[in-house]
Design a binder for this molecule. Structure first.
Ligand code: NAD
Ligand code: UD1
Length: 336
């Protein structure tokens, strides 16, 4: 079995990717410091797939701990999810974000180099495009206009990886720019359960639906969009996970390079579209109030997904209804 090191593998996207890796015959070696996830996710991945990934509670900043993992396993490729991702928090504690995300990545890359592991897939984000000049966004659009430290870490890491490739062209690198991941595995065993008040739309909606919060705050209805609310490209997390398998196969089929792909559906939905779709799944209207815009938000952001389709054979399968159904199923199971 080919061993794939999955940093941040007990997290939201990482856990779903481990499921897809196992389905494709790979063995995930998870490294996670559990700062934003729980160790029982490993049991859940085993329950879903019948195979237990190997798990190490190790911080990517811990050079000795990470080196040991590389000593113990013949790693074919690294899928690098580990990172902090709360935009608001990153503004308050930027050094924590730069240290964890950037220093952690540099540490990982040093060790990969030492062990001659040259294949890496990095979790980037549509946030690297900043406020895009045009939608749908192509991979060739300018990057770097990020307004918060979290977004900047994604941009800087992309640049670090490009520089690394220039210095050592045997590296084989995929930068995957995710749009807005939502949904959960259909078993309801794994999904996203943020600590505290959710920042992102879908977890906030499911908490309103279950009664934890009274209503959804819709951040602004005066954007230049069809109904005035923000438009995003929501992608089911299982589709996103499959996108990583496609990227891994791509890296297996080429010898080196920096390969950049958007992972989205190519469809933009507004906040009110989402409220409508979710209400239909719920069977009752989801309460919401229009409030002021959220600082730093952009009006519209959706992917041109054609490069990933052409070069990776990747196309998202799940629609908005399925995204809502699986998010709701996960929220209800959490409460059981
Ligand atoms: P998540 O927080 O659920 O998963 C990240 C995992 O990394 C967590 O399990 C956490 O414990 C672990 N981690 C953090 N710092 C670590 C460290 N120093 N050492 C070891 N483990 C560490 O987040 P997610 O939504 O699954 O996101 C995965 C990756 O994708 C992140 O890099 C994130 O920035 C990126 N991304 C996420 C989104 C999104 O909307 N969820 C969008 C674009 C990009
Ligand atoms: C957020 C992050 C971004 C990250 C992306 C993907 C911010 C400012 N940006 O972007 O860096 O890459 O997630 O995970 O946090 N909305 C509401 N009410 C809510 C929550 C959201 O109306 O309670 C609206 C937002 O204004 C936006 C849409 O819903 O129009 C989606 O918001 P969200 O899920 O936070 O994602 P992004 O803003 O795209």
């Amino acid at each position: 079995m080919k061993k794939i090191l999955v940093t941040g593998g007990t997290g939201y996207i990482g856990s779903h990717t481990c499921v897809e890796l196992i389905k494709q015959g790979y063995l995930p070696i998870i490294v996670d410091n559990l700062s934003n996830s729980k160790e029982n996710v490993v049991d859940k991945i085993e329950k879903i797939t019948g195979t237990r990934p190997i798990f190490y509670k190790v911080d990517i900043l811990d050079e000795k701990g990470l080196t040991k993992v590389f000593e113990q396993h013949d790693i074919q490729a690294v899928i690098h999810f580990a990172g902090l991702k709360a935009v608001g928090e990153s503004v308050k504690v930027p050094l924590k974000y730069y240290n964890n995300n950037i220093t952690g990545t540099v540490n990982l890359l040093e060790i990969m180099k030492r062990f001659n592991v040259k294949n890496i897939i990095f979790s980037s984000s549509a946030t690297v495009y900043g406020d895009p000049k045009e939608v749908p966004i192509k991979e060739t659009a300018p990057t770097g206009g990020c307004t918060n430290p979290y977004g900047k870490t994604k941009y800087f890491i992309e640049e670090i990886l490009k520089d690394l490739y220039v210095s050592d062209p045997t590296f084989n690198i995929a930068l995957l720019r995710y749009f807005n991941p939502v949904g959960a595995h259909e078993s309801g065993l794994i999904g996203e359960n943020p600590n505290g008040i959710p920042n992102n739309l879908m977890p906030y909606i499911t908490q309103v639906a279950i009664g934890i919060r009274p209503y959804l705050n819709v951040f602004g209805n005066d954007y230049d969009t069809p109904d005035g609310t923000g438009v995003r490209d929501y992608i089911h997390v299982v589709d996103l996970a499959v996108g990583h398998i496609c990227a891994l196969k791509k890296l297996e089929s080429v010898t080196s390079g920096v390969h950049i792909y958007n992972l989205g559906t190519g469809i933009g939905y507004s906040v009110l579209d989402m409220v409508k779709a979710f209400s239909s799944v719920l069977g009752r209207p989801l309460p919401y109030k229009i409030v002021d815009r959220r600082a730093g938000d952009i009006a519209k952001c959706w992917a041109d997904p054609t490069k990933a389709e052409k070069e990776l054979g990747f196309k998202a399968r799940f629609d908005l209804r399925k995204m809502c159904e699986d998010s709701w199923n996960f929220q209800q199971k959490l409460d059981e």
